[in-house]
Design a protein around this ligand. Structure first.
Ligand code: DWN
Length: 398
């Protein structure tokens, strides 16, 4: 059956790229699973000829990724915590919200900051039970469920939310109509929605192909998000570029008829996207996901080395990289990651053990930083903790 665009329902047949069969990126394996069978799904994002939304067909159910053993806890990165602090202060000054709702609130890192600064009602919605439970231990009221129209009608009912925050969650939503429709129904008449997402301009122009994985259903331009929100009653009134996750956008939206004045930044960035040909189907159909040189360099550099190599960080993006390049424990002996939920597990597909950072001993002469988006923070940690100064590598290699 021909897949349909999750924004406009047009038939999808234009291919963005094809990264072969890949496991679920955050589907880390327990010790009892590492030798068992694994499930792989086609990682072949398509682009809608009608609205230019780049997207993975919904071949993987959201419950496969977001369940009781989701291993990503956003507070593990100090740079991310600093990013949240800056946003919270900016949002409090600009909007002075009382009722704050965060969608995909993860471990409560951001919401706790709103609660500590006196907001009257602070609630998170997080579908992964283990992460939601952790947030509750941090004192953050968290509804463990998938957000959408149904949840709004059942639990979050009255449209009282002055600020709805959706950071790095829109890409994870298979049913955009249900999710964004729920935002519209929950938002106070003069409320504001803020949405952060990796900007597809960087994926295309910097070949950030490893950010494509089974967990990210969609890959957004500003134009695509404007169309997704516009079809469900929301208007983008401001936008800014931010540095997180390889370069993202933060958009500010409100009800179509709300008083917020649309800032010139929106038109400017749309014009910029046009100039970068991101409003042209050809740009997406011609996308060469993995620079051939990079895959070869990865294999030459990593596989043919006298140095024993470990990886730093076990990010979802790292799973695409390891599996697409065919790198396993014979090349990268283990990964270290500060997230307790990832330690003692094995990477999906490549079956590389994930250990705590103290596993990095001087026997390791080379370290591959898999979350290149946090390379600076990780390089500083390696410099401080590894007195023998291992060689450090990070994408892009070419
Ligand atoms: O969209 C998503 C983004 C926001 O976060 C989700 N799909 C899941 C996740 O993607 P990711 O796993 O690629 O994100 P990160 O933030 O690049 O992952 C960094 C990993 O590295 C984490 O497992 C934590 C770890 N880490 C560490 O061990 N020591 C990170 C830093 C900075 C460190 O110092």
């Amino acid at each position: 059956m021909t897949p349909r665009c999750r924004n406009c329902a047009a038939a999808l047949d234009a291919v963005f790229c094809d990264l072969g069969m890949q496991p679920i990126a955050n589907g880390l394996l327990g010790p009892g699973e590492v030798d068992g069978p694994q499930t792989y799904y086609p990682l072949k994002p398509l682009v809608c000829r009608n609205c230019l939304l780049v997207q993975l067909p919904s071949v993987v159910a959201r419950e496969e990724s977001f369940n009781g053993s989701y291993p990503y806890f956003s507070g593990q990165s100090a740079d991310w915590v600093r990013h949240c602090e800056a946003f919270v202060m900016q949002a409090l000054v600009r909007f002075a919200p009382w009722h704050v709702l965060e969608l995909g609130s993860n471990d409560g890192t951001l919401l706790r900051m709103f609660a500590e600064r006196g907001c009257g009602e602070v609630v998170g919605v997080e579908p992964s039970g283990n992460v939601a439970e952790f947030a509750r231990t941090q004192g953050v009221a968290t509804v463990c469920d998938f957000f959408g129209r149904r949840l709004v009608e059942s639990e979050l009912w009255t449209p009282r939310w002055d600020l709805i925050v959706a950071n790095n969650v829109l890409a994870h939503v298979p049913d955009l109509d249900d999710f964004v429709g729920g935002m519209t129904n929950a938002l106070a008449p003069e409320g504001v929605v803020t949405i952060e997402f990796p900007w597809i301009a960087n994926l295309v122009e910097q070949a950030q192909w490893d950010t494509i994985y089974h967990e990210h259903y969609s890959y957004f331009s500003l134009l695509a998000v404007q169309r997704v929100l516009g079809r469900r009653g929301l208007r983008i009134f401001d936008v800014e570029q931010i540095a997180t996750h390889g370069g993202s956008l933060r958009v500010y939206a409100c009800h179509q008829g709300a008083k917020q004045l649309t800032q010139a930044a929106v038109a400017h960035l749309l014009r910029d996207e046009g100039a970068r040909r991101l409003h042209s189907l050809d740009t997406y159909e011609d996308f060469q996901a993995v620079p051939p040189a990079e895959r070869k360099v990865a294999l030459d550099v990593l596989a043919d080395s006298p140095l024993r190599t470990a990886g730093y960080g076990a990010p979802a993006k790292g799973m695409t990289f390891l599996n697409y390049c065919g790198l396993g424990p014979e090349t990268i002996e283990f990964l270290v990651d500060s997230t307790p939920a990832k330690q003692g597990k094995f990477t999906p597909g490549s079956r590389i053990p994930v250990l705590a950072p103290d596993a990095l001993t001087k026997a390791i002469g080379r370290v591959l930083v898999l979350p290149w988006n946090w390379a600076e923070e990780i390089r500083a940690k390696i410099a401080k903790d590894c007195r023998w100064k291992p060689e450090i590598l990070a994408r892009p290699f070419a």
